[in-house]
Design a protein around this ligand. Sequence first.
Ligand SMILES: *[C@@H]1O[C@H](CO)[C@@H](O)[C@H](O)[C@H]1NC(C)=O
Ligand SMILES: *[C@@H]1O[C@H](CO)[C@@H](O)[C@H](O)[C@H]1NC(C)=O
Ligand SMILES: *[C@@H]1O[C@H](CO)[C@@H](O)[C@H](O)[C@H]1NC(C)=O
Ligand SMILES: *[C@@H]1O[C@H](CO)[C@@H](O)[C@H](O)[C@H]1NC(C)=O
Ligand SMILES: *[C@@H]1O[C@H](CO)[C@@H](O)[C@H](O)[C@H]1NC(C)=O
Ligand SMILES: *[C@@H]1O[C@H](CO)[C@@H](O)[C@H](O)[C@H]1NC(C)=O
Ligand SMILES: *[C@@H]1O[C@H](CO)[C@@H](O)[C@H](O)[C@H]1NC(C)=O
Ligand SMILES: *[C@@H]1O[C@H](CO)[C@@H](O)[C@H](O)[C@H]1NC(C)=O
Ligand SMILES: *[C@@H]1O[C@H](CO)[C@@H](O)[C@H](O)[C@H]1NC(C)=O
Ligand SMILES: *[C@@H]1O[C@H](CO)[C@@H](O)[C@H](O)[C@H]1NC(C)=O
Ligand SMILES: *[C@@H]1O[C@H](CO)[C@@H](O)[C@H](O)[C@H]1NC(C)=O
Length: 843
Amino acid sequence: MSYTPQRLVMKTCFHLVGLLAGAAVGSAATFDPLSHVNLFIGTVNGGNTFPGATIPHGMVKVGMDTDGDNFAGYDGRPEYNVTGFSQLHQTGTGGAVPLSNFKLFPVPECSQFEQCLTTIASRKTLRNILPDGSPDDFASPGYFSTNLSTGVRVELTATRRTALHRYTFPSTSTTPRILMDVTNDGQISAISPRTHYRSPDGSDDRQDFVCIHLYAELNIAYLPASANFATSFGPGRYDAYACVDFKGEGYTFSGPSEWGPYKINYPDKNGVDLSQHYYSWGSEHGGLLSFPQDVESGTTTILARVGISFISTAQACTNAEEEIPNWDFAGVVSDSETQWRDILSRVQVDTENVDPDTVTLLYSSLYRTHIVPGDYSGENPAWESTEPYYDAFYCNWDTFRTLYPLMSLHDPENFARIVRGMINIQQHEGWLPEAREAGKPQRVAFLCGCFENLTLHSQIHPGRQHNPDGDPVLGEFFVKFSDHAEQLGVSATDLYNALLADAEDTPSNWNLQGRQADVWKEKGYIPSDTTYPGGANTKQVSRALEYAFDDFAISQVAKILGKTADKEKYLSRAQNYRNSWNANITVMDGSGFTGFMQPKFANGTWNFTDPRHCSVHDPLQATCFLNAIRRDGFYESSPIVYSQFVPQDTAHLITLQGGNAQFIDRLNWIFDQDYFDSTDEPSQSIPFMYHYANAPGLSTQRSRQIISTWFNTSLNGLPGNDGAMGSYAFFYLAGMYPVPATKQLLLASPYFPKISFYNPIFNKTTTIKSINFTGNPTNGTGGNVFVKSVKVNGEPYKSSCYLEWDVFTAGSTVELELTDDINVTCGAGEDALPPSISTGGFD
Ligand SMILES: *[C@@H]1O[C@H](CO)[C@@H](O)[C@H](O)[C@H]1NC(C)=O
Ligand SMILES: *[C@@H]1O[C@H](CO)[C@@H](O)[C@H](O)[C@H]1NC(C)=O
Ligand SMILES: *[C@@H]1O[C@H](CO)[C@@H](O)[C@H](O)[C@H]1NC(C)=O
Ligand SMILES: *[C@@H]1O[C@H](CO)[C@@H](O)[C@H](O)[C@H]1NC(C)=O
Ligand SMILES: *[C@@H]1O[C@H](CO)[C@@H](O)[C@H](O)[C@H]1NC(C)=O
Ligand SMILES: *[C@@H]1O[C@H](CO)[C@@H](O)[C@H](O)[C@H]1NC(C)=O
Ligand SMILES: *[C@@H]1O[C@H](CO)[C@@H](O)[C@H](O)[C@H]1NC(C)=O
Ligand SMILES: *[C@@H]1O[C@H](CO)[C@@H](O)[C@H](O)[C@H]1NC(C)=O
Ligand SMILES: *[C@@H]1O[C@H](CO)[C@@H](O)[C@H](O)[C@H]1NC(C)=O
Ligand SMILES: *[C@@H]1O[C@H](CO)[C@@H](O)[C@H](O)[C@H]1NC(C)=O
Ligand SMILES: *[C@@H]1O[C@H](CO)[C@@H](O)[C@H](O)[C@H]1NC(C)=O
């Protein structure tokens, strides 16, 4: 059961393909990246991806909710029933089902208003099933549609804060009805649900009364609603508000013919006071409306416009009226497509000799890089600010590695707005956000990384762990865009102060924001002892390794700002990873590898964690998920994997691990014995580490083998929770891997004879060409894919292992000479190997 590109291309015909912005290097002038995006990848098997309608980084993500186990609402398996079409979703998260608030649902048939079944259990409906066994669903950037077994067609599109639904009822539906469910969010957590009365001029806004207002002149009925909901991965509840109104398409009606609140399966025609019903009737609560049939055309088409706000129902209504004033469904779809096309077409590929699935994989991965975080500007209930406000950070622990470096290449404007939003949060809350939902800081452990075993979250003790990885995100921005920071509205001073707060101040609860800075400063590692107040004393080793990298990012920023003393201080702290290295530990799997990152007590003596812990070969079969009583010192990955995480000083790691030959043997052992975990972010940099041992051909082959084994365009085409899997797969396909907060990108060969990146802030396009590309080996092994030499703008380049950022700022032509000899090297010059702190540092 898969969505083939052919089917997607055919079904994209509803929109005329326009000419592309920017310099096209594609083989055809009409190449449209939108027709190569498959939104259904990862909707089953734990990818938890969202296939509904949103603009890039939109707040509203309107989509279909089904039974099943996709935390983003939609399950691609046809046997699962549809439960509603809700306005807010996340993508790629684990833990529990977030958001999914304010579900609308079409009810084509019931003998009379009072007889309609409204609860989530009784209204469940299957989708139509196509001859190939797949459900009759379609999605493309900015648009989603389905055909329900009841004969109703549902189409969805969205602006930033407003969803537009289109319900087409069959001719048999003489009294088409639509319900709005106020209480069943993803966790069925609502309390205080309210539908409101609001007069057209806004002067009368009474809560708890008649839920439906007839706005006869405009043929519109308003249904404002709100409730208080639980966040899905941590403490806190939030209020959300909706404002729904309805309009006939192709016919007019002077308001709904019947209306009223419902509780459980009892719609109350012309009923008034809803709150009373709620407290006496439990959690099933909402409003139901009947509409006159469109007799002339038989099929009745009704538009529902749903404004959303985290401030008030009045603001939800304003959002709807301002963002979708004309009820122009096709126009909203087209605007959304324009925004997506603008961003996605900054990456152009030559597809000659490339499998169409590979093209789909590239653009689908790029698309998913722009779903979260979401632009919630104007919707922060906690404080007022003219700065952008972003929410839905899922979470920096996942995204600092590849997602923001990918934004650096093609989308610095959105990146800058996200950074401004992060700094603004630091200024009001004291620390940079790490994980965040609906304005509430969330526990890192519950939603970062990949929960491929979905039964696990129910066993997780509500203890937490924190990896504060906002620092490399800000570092990445500033290292790449310091010359344009002011133009992009980012204050260097505020950015630096936010970094210092993270590095120096210890918050009262370092599970949620900030880090255990006091102990880190005193010891240079995070001791295993459990005597420290302020958070769960877990995951000390993996946190220490990340603190070291965070401090490296700060030293990079200090260097640019000319703060020499700070630069040295943080550079020194960046080398504290050495304090967690225990040279004496030999892994007990017969391989003989010695020396691993290990937990250490405050008194300087070592504790011991089996290096295989949390791997597939863990003798205890432990998971690495968070549990406050877990004392192993590592988060979601084995000590074997974390012992490879020193991106700031891989050269010294090679020394610790016995030199190039032994380092290569160790990497091979990690892959051959499946210690590499494709589902989890800490493993993601390992395939490219051969570069540092002057064996870049091995990196090229490993990264290609990973793509061919774990990434494809099927519904289950992601190895785990999406998190940052999209940007990760994108880099492998583009033949690069970033080192965050540095000016270097590791280089391999792209899957395309040409790939180009247009960067709007530089107004420059950089093209990487393989001068003798002959295609990609399907299993990732062998092939004419190894980079023998590199030229930039016709001149031989200093390295065939990495590119400097100035190649991209200037707009360059990079030419790769390919060979089938895997034993290529980085070159002979002194700058041939990628930089590390201990070999002279990063310039
Ligand atoms: C879908 O709903 C129908 C009707 O309520 C029910 O018979 C069926 O078991 C449901 N399917 C699943 C997978 O729950
Ligand atoms: C649903 O049915 C309509 C025609 O009734 C058709 O045009 C459309 O392709 C079908 N599928 C989806 C997913 O909309
Ligand atoms: C998930 O974990 C539970 C508890 O450890 C285990 O019983 C179950 O077999 C696991 N499921 C899968 C699919 O690995
Ligand atoms: C390694 O173990 C040996 C023998 O037990 C001991 O002498 C040495 O100090 C240890 N080294 C480290 C770094 O712990
Ligand atoms: C160091 O601390 C650990 C944990 O508290 C303790 O078990 C160990 O005995 C201590 N070792 C020394 C030499 O004090
Ligand atoms: C030492 O590590 C082991 C293995 O992870 C753990 O079970 C134990 O609790 C740790 N000891 C202390 C004192 O933290
Ligand atoms: C697609 O990827 C998934 C997840 O990594 C994997 O389980 C599945 O076997 C792959 N399918 C194909 C046809 O390669
Ligand atoms: C961007 O560069 C192109 C030439 O490559 C030029 O025509 C255009 O005017 C530039 N745009 C801006 C905004 O500078
Ligand atoms: C690739 O191109 C280079 C330079 O033109 C040439 O020397 C080499 O033989 C070519 N390799 C293949 C496999 O075509
Ligand atoms: C990969 O495919 C090539 C060509 O089909 C084949 O020769 C090779 O044995 C395969 N390698 C692996 C590891 O499957
Ligand atoms: C690459 O090097 C390995 C190990 O030295 C050797 O076995 C292999 O034959 C070499 N491959 C080529 C194509 O020269």
